[in-house]
Design a protein around this ligand. Sequence first.
Ligand code: SIN
Length: 279
Amino acid sequence: MTSKTTATTLPTRDLTERIGTEVLADKGALLSGVHAGAIRELLEQRGVLVFPKIGFTDSEQVAFTETLGTLAPERDGEAVYDVTLDTTVNKQADYLKGSFYWHLDGTMNEVPILASLLSSKVLPAGGGGDTEFCNTYAAYEDLPDDDKQRLASLRAMHSAWNTLLYYDPEPEFATLRQMMAIGQCELPLVWTHRSGRRSLVLGCTASDIVGLDYAASTKTLVRLRDWATQPQFVYRHRWSVGDLVMWDNTGTMHRALPYDPDSGRMLRRTKLAGEEPFA
Ligand code: SIN
């Protein structure tokens, strides 16, 4: 008997021209994995996928993540991470203070995570807490040619301690040393992916460009962040409870917009393991 694959169309709706698409498939279809290939493809093209009010439980979110690739466990081995600034719930909540600044995840690793998936559980009392994403493929594509040439050979240093200086500009020396012990990584400013597409590698982990003096380096990093986060490259997600948002961490940056740390805001995250080193 020959098996037959039935092509299933994934129902979608684009949210902006350059980034973000809503996926309107039902929970059962998503969990069955029937759309996994199409979702992976769409993620790479559109940067951010929104599954409005899909209402996954933690175990459903893990199961869905596993239909798409290899689930990357968190530092302590757990599959699901509480994204909250409430230190009684998440002992490492302090690290999340860096999430208010544009970044991509995993700049301390040779192979950064492929994607993150966030489910909204509790909205912040008092408002705020939207999440913004920018498309770093589209931002690179639209750069003038002379900029592309100039950036091609540049590399930047990335570190967790640079992010610390964003949210705690006068840290205690002990805190700085602790963050410095995590290390630093030299990465290209322009990532040439296996697909041949190129994206910008920026964000609050980037401290300086190798070989440039401090002023020239800061000027370039700030100018490029400003460029990459222009409205045409950005999608802003206003959360409803039950939404799941996933993003291609290799072709986007993201940041949380301000919210009160005591507001109760709770998102739950799973991650897909990286498949491609920075290059
Ligand atoms: C993150 O940076 O991964 C969290 C984003 C958010 O809290 O909206």
